[in-house]
Design a protein around this ligand. Sequence first.
Ligand code: FES
Length: 284
Amino acid sequence: MKKNGLIEEHAILAESQGVRIRRMVLYAPEIATKAKAGQFIVLMVSEYGERIPLTIVSRDATKGTVTLIFQEAGLTTTFLGRLVAGDFLYALAGPLGTPTEMACYGEVIIIGGGVGIAEAYPVAKAYKDIGNRVTAIVGARTKDFLILLDELKAVADEIHVTTDNGSFGRKGFVTDVLKELITKHKYNVVYAVGPLPMMKAVSNATKAANIKTLVSLNALMVDATGMCGSCRVSVDGKTKFSCIDGPEFPGHLVDWDELDKRNKIYASQEAHVCKLKLAQGSLT
Ligand code: FES
């Protein structure tokens, strides 16, 4: 009998220059029944590992599965990448976080940068499903890291693609396209998810144009239930917890500099531990 946390499928979605983005399908029937766009799960690879949050990209309530997409970017995602179909996660909890605020806004722009494209997709789909007109802007370093383009084309009314080096779509950044679009047409909401500098640049661009902007923050999390305080962010001068109040917040009100500093707080320790554990080949 299948058990919660079973890895049903696992494949590399994109790989280049030593960077890997992976797609994993998990058996998690309760999460698959309840999850909404914008929510995430928290998982542990082993008893000795940390908990990490990953956005739920899609769900299939009939099969009882959820799909995750992640980039190997540290110790836990590297060990997660070593699991194969048939393996089990040590622990899995979700759905967590507040779902994306859904309303019929009319014209909506969804922006995904890098692996954030995977997080932008379910939001684009959900906005489209309730009748919004969705314009998607996605960007990556090179064409090798452009993921879910077909899926996004299927739900977006319009899609714009950028790469830093011009290997696919327009050479430049998602904000170049955004700035052009908002000068030509009226949009009611902009939603952005991806690297922090990109979300900050998007928020700055839309603030000047007075367009409601939502961002999905990637704050550091430990317990993901509102008890530890590690994911706190300042929004409009008030302390909020990303895990329970977010992960989405109004981009114009986020204290970006503070968030950037907090996200780097354990960078040197993480790099040190990561090197040790990878060399030893286990999380114990
Ligand atoms: S992760 Fe601990 S309060 Fe949010």
